[in-house]
Design a protein around this ligand. Structure first.
Ligand code: SF4
Length: 265
């Protein structure tokens, strides 16, 4: 069977056994050009505004491909939209989602995989995008920086991407608007740099601002993790578990809210 839309299942540190669903054209389209991106730098022609729309509805092959894969994947934990850029750029995202819900609901499994989305959060200031994203059972929203300087250095956004404070406010809105049974996780990638005092988001100011942002957003979960594959920029590298643990403790102190579960991977 040739596959166009799905990949895996892969064992994900944060999602368990996850089947990836890629709804963008085969090239990466993104509003960010993150220094750590594991699929390489964003091509300047494909670094797009958050209002850029890709028209790519599911072909009839999507339903068949998904059904065929799921037949052989009875222990899946998640069917996850994302991976090759920012999935909310595809204006047909709900057409895909509808098919995934239909097929998932036809399965006779005792425990059904949750339907998740990885978003970089840059499009969430648009109400129409929040309305679409809210329909996923598990929303994993990126927030690597809450200080503007670190946001620019880490995520290298397209010039039309709002400032980080507006992005934080839009994640707060999403949390208020989404159905209670759906869950929100904030995903923070932390890294260091070989260039002293540059290109690292683990400085005290950024960590403090991140803690304050999470306190305001009140997500269900916070996931801290570091680089596990070759990053887009060779000047950065991962942080070890001990450091992740210390940062996790630091953030817990700032956030001081037992209802928010903070984990590092
Ligand atoms: S948001 Fe995701 S896909 Fe886009 S550049 Fe960053 S890591 Fe890569």
């Amino acid at each position: 069977m040739s596959r166009v839309y799905t990949f895996g299942p892969v064992k994900s540190r944060r999602l368990g056994l996850s089947l990836g669903v890629d709804i963008l054209p085969k090239e990466k389209y993104c509003t960010f050009n993150c220094v750590y991106c594991e699929i390489g730098c964003t091509d300047p022609n494909q670094l797009v505004s958050p209002e850029y729309k890709i028209h790519a509805p599911p072909s009839t092959a999507f339903r068949k491909e998904l059904k065929d894969i799921l037949k052989y994947s009875p222990n899946l934990n998640s069917i996850t939209f994302g991976y090759n850029g920012e999935p909310t750029l595809n204006e047909n995202i709900l057409d895909f989602l509808k098919i995934v819900y239909q097929i998932r609901d036809e399965l006779k499994w005792n425990i059904k995989p949750k339907i998740s989305i990885l978003t970089n959060s840059s499009t969430l200031y648009l109400k129409e995008i929040r309305d679409k994203v809210s329909q996923f059972e598990y929303i994993i929203a990126k927030l690597d920086a809450a200080a503007e300087k670190d946001f620019k250095i880490t995520n290298r956004p397209h010039k039309n991407v709002p400032k980080i404070n507006e992005i934080i406010n839009s994640i707060m809105k999403l949390k208020d608007e989404m159905p209670n049974q759906n869950k929100l996780s904030i995903q923070i990638l932390l890294y260091q740099s070989y260039i002293k005092d540059r290109n690292s988001n683990i400085n005290n100011e950024n960590l403090y601002q991140l803690g304050c942002a999470i306190k305001k957003i009140r997500p269900d979960f916070v996931q801290l993790y570091s680089i596990a594959r070759i990053p887009a920029e060779p000047t950065i590298y991962s942080i070890d578990n001990k450091k992740l643990e210390n940062i996790s403790k630091k953030l817990k102190k700032i956030i001081n809210d037992n209802l928010i579960s903070i984990n590092h991977y």
